[in-house]
Design a protein around this ligand. Structure first.
Ligand code: IPM
Ligand code: MG
Length: 372
């Protein structure tokens, strides 16, 4: 008889899967499989639906975020997303309809103003990073990237002759306040440190940002607050990543800093993220669609699997189940298995797995843990 663990009350959840573009399709399959496995092992009832977005949706409907997808998104309990983008648009700046518009619109429509990006460092991957293991060891950072404001959503202009362009960078005080509160609350449950990153020596939006964070900080005297300029933060992050606990920053700065920070975790293929705010939470790897390796069973499914873990944890409050998934990933890495992107010279050839084989390993490990 299968061992069914029911430490939490059984949950009924509607989960929307949006695989998106490129490797999003193949990695999301494994994020979904892990959720199915957890439901089976822990007696939850997860019902899955699927929808299209990005280049895939443009091809099918002409719209990167079809109304049907948005409707399904709004009525689901959580969304697991894959990746977005296509090289075709990257090399065609004149394209008016772009895959990324779908992602930005769904973030805005769902009010997903806080993007949490944990830099989870598995000891086994210390050598996969281009940075020195002694610099990385012990790093544990949680980024709070603001996600529905900034230059991403400001007015865009292009002059009639095409020779002038502008993107308006703007923030409202309340937009800074609400994400700052979330970040301070998180800092309290961690090591009690918060670093707010801005460019207040140059930008007015950053001066509003800093002023607001300073105000909120007064309510959290137990949290050690620091303010850092983005250029310095980019440098400190690779010089001494251990000094950071919670990092709070704006949309554009957060986009850039978290790609940089992914190198601390060894690969972009390892980092998961959770976007939360007013409604349905959205869980996604931070990596892109990587069309160069799409459809070849080469992509790393671990970021999607870890995104599923974040859904269980942050979305559904299923801490035990989330821990199980994260531990299964750690165990799989400990056993020596790697995808191409996280393999190094010491990895035995037969331990370098494809997307599907890695997904199966993690599923098997989760099952073993529960049946132990
Ligand atoms: C990310 C991505 C997106 C962003 C792109 C695909 C629009 O880079 O989620 O970090 O810039 O926010
Ligand atoms: Mg990015």
């Amino acid at each position: 008889m299968r061992h069914t663990k029911q430490t939490d009350l059984p949950m009924n959840k509607n989960i929307l899967i949006i695989p998106g573009d490129g490797i999003g399709q193949e990695v999301t399959k494994w994020g979904t499989a892990i959720l199915e496995k957890i439901a089976e092992l822990h007696g939850h009832n997860f019902v899955f639906d699927e929808a299209i977005m990005g280049h895939t949706a443009i091809e099918a409907t002409g719209n990167p975020l079809p109304d049907e997808t948005l409707e399904k998104a709004k009525t689901s309990d959580a969304i697991l997303f894959g990746a977005i983008g296509h090289a075709k648009y990257d090399n065609d700046p004149s394209a008016k309809v772009r895959p990324e518009q779908g992602l930005l619109k769904i973030r805005k429509e769902l009010g997903l103003y806080a993007n949490l990006r944990p830099i989870l460092l598995f000891d086994e991957l210390l050598d996969a990073s281009s940075l020195k293991p002694e610099v990385l060891r012990g790093t544990d950072i949680l980024f709070f990237r603001e996600l529905t404001g900034d230059v991403y959503f400001g007015e865009k202009n292009r002059s009639a002759d095409g020779n002038f362009a502008s993107d308006l960078m703007n923030y409202n005080r309340f937009e800074v306040e609400r994400i700052a509160v979330k970040a301070f609350e998180a800092a309290r449950t961690r090591r009690g440190k918060l670093c707010s990153v801005d460019k207040a020596n140059v930008l007015e939006t950053s001066r509003l940002w800093r002023e607001t964070v300073q105000e909120i900080a007064k309510k959290y005297p137990d949290v050690e607050t620091e303010h850092m300029f983005i250029d310095n933060a980019a440098m400190q992050l690779v010089k001494n990543p251990r000094k950071f606990d919670v990092v709070l920053t704006a949309n554009l700065f957060g986009d850039i800093l978290t790609d940089e920070a992914s190198q601390i975790a060894g690969s972009m293929g390892m980092l998961a993220s959770a976007s939360v705010g007013d409604g349905t939470g959205f869980y996604e790897p931070i990596h892109g669609s990587a069309h160069d390796i799409a459809g070849q069973n080469k992509a790393n499914p671990l970021a999607s699997i870890l995104s599923a873990a974040l859904m269980l944890d942050i979305g559904f409050g299923l801490k035990e189940e989330a821990g199980l998934v994260t531990n299964a990933v750690a165990e799989t890495l400990k056993a020596g298995f790697r995808t191409m992107d996280i393999a190094d010279t010491s990895t035995a050839k037969e331990n370098i797995l494809g997307t599907n084989e890695m997904g199966i390993k993690v599923l098997e490990t989760v099952t073993e843990f529960v049946n132990q």
